[in-house]
Design a protein around this ligand. Structure first.
Ligand code: AKB
Length: 312
């Protein structure tokens, strides 16, 4: 049977690179990109594309039937900072799109699902350093609440209906092909753009706020390795902790200064500081390592090197 893949939210920061990577692996025609609006020219020209609102079950079912889709990557979501401004819209998008995709799995219309969770599932009472896979979760943001609930729904659908749904708790993701939008960790991408364009950056977090981060190539590889793993190795059906590095705004600024010595950063914390203060500083991903062999490759300096080279 041919493996036809649908990516929902293909024009976003992760969706764009996932679309390229899956098209490279399976061939452009096997991978259907979709989003609520069109993406950049490169993406639009790289293979089939559908305008799709993932909260509309009938529209989603039609696309799945038309292309004989058997695998869905649901990357559409409203991220932490934007979701605080539009809590009900965020809940509706983040949860209804997940319900729709899980229901397709339950009805056996698709056979495999990837859904991203986040470090935002954790909260102020979670152990902050080397946060374990199973810990107290009391998320304080709408985004975090939607991800925590989503994790429970994934686990439930797997246990009760045998839905093959797999998930990762992404840390902040750093990439140069597409900008992130609306997240608390977005500063770690903006800083590289501003370092090159203005030689200075005003950070919206305090300089000593450590957060878990990952370069996009690692995140895409983790996603594909998880999806390629044999089902029996996927022992966690809520979502896996995933880790690569952890740094503060001061540390990323220092890493940039090794290449651009004149670079300056000042900090003016805003409402996003309150969100970051409730998130872990670093993550224990030993379950991902032992269950399906996860290993990160990019550290902070390798990330800085690659970001500056490509953004130039
Ligand atoms: C955000 O900052 O909201 C996201 C995330 C950590 O899930 N990048």
């Amino acid at each position: 049977m041919q493996n036809y893949i649908l990516i929902i939210g293909a024009c976003g920061q992760i969706g764009t690179e996932l679309t390229y990577a899956l098209r490279e692996k399976y061939g452009a025609d096997q991978v259907i990109a979709s989003d609520i609006r069109e993406g950049n020219k490169d993406l639009m020209e790289s293979g089939p594309f559908e305008i799709l609102d993932a909260t509309d079950y009938d529209a989603l079912e039609e696309v799945v039937a038309y292309y004989e889709i058997n695998e869905v990557y649901l990357m559409a979501a409203m991220l932490s900072a934007t979701a605080e401004k539009f809590p009900e819209r965020a809940w509706s998008l983040n949860m209804n799109s997940l319900f729709n995709v899980l229901n397709l799995g339950k009805e056996k219309k698709i056979t495999k699902i990837f859904w991203p969770s986040s470090i935002a599932v954790f909260g102020a009472n979670t152990p902050k350093n080397n946060t374990p896979q199973s810990a107290i979760m009391e998320p304080s943001t709408v985004y975090g609440i939607s991800k925590q609930s989503g994790e429970r729904w994934c686990e439930y659908n797997h246990r009760k209906y045998g839905v093959d749904v797999r998930s990762l708790r992404y840390p902040g993701l750093i990439s140069w092909k597409t900008m992130p939008g609306g997240g608390t960790t977005d500063y770690a991408v903006e800083i590289y753009h501003k370092a090159l364009s203005d030689g200075r950056y005003t950070c919206f977090l305090k300089e000593d706020t450590a957060l878990p981060m990952m370069f996009m190539d690692d995140a895409i590889r983790a996603t594909m390795e998880l999806m390629d793993s044999e089902g029996k190795n996927i022992k966690i059906r809520s979502s896996y902790n995933l880790s690569a590095m952890s740094f503060t705004p001061a540390e990323i600024a220092n890493s940039i200064r090794k290449r651009l010595p004149e670079f300056q950063m000042t900090c003016q914390p805003d409402f996003r500081q309150n969100i970051a203060d409730t998130w872990p500083s670093s993550i224990d991903d030993s379950k991902a390592k032992s269950d399906w062999g996860w290993k990160a490759e990019f550290d902070l300096d390798a990330t800085t090197e690659t970001m500056l080279k490509n953004l130039k």
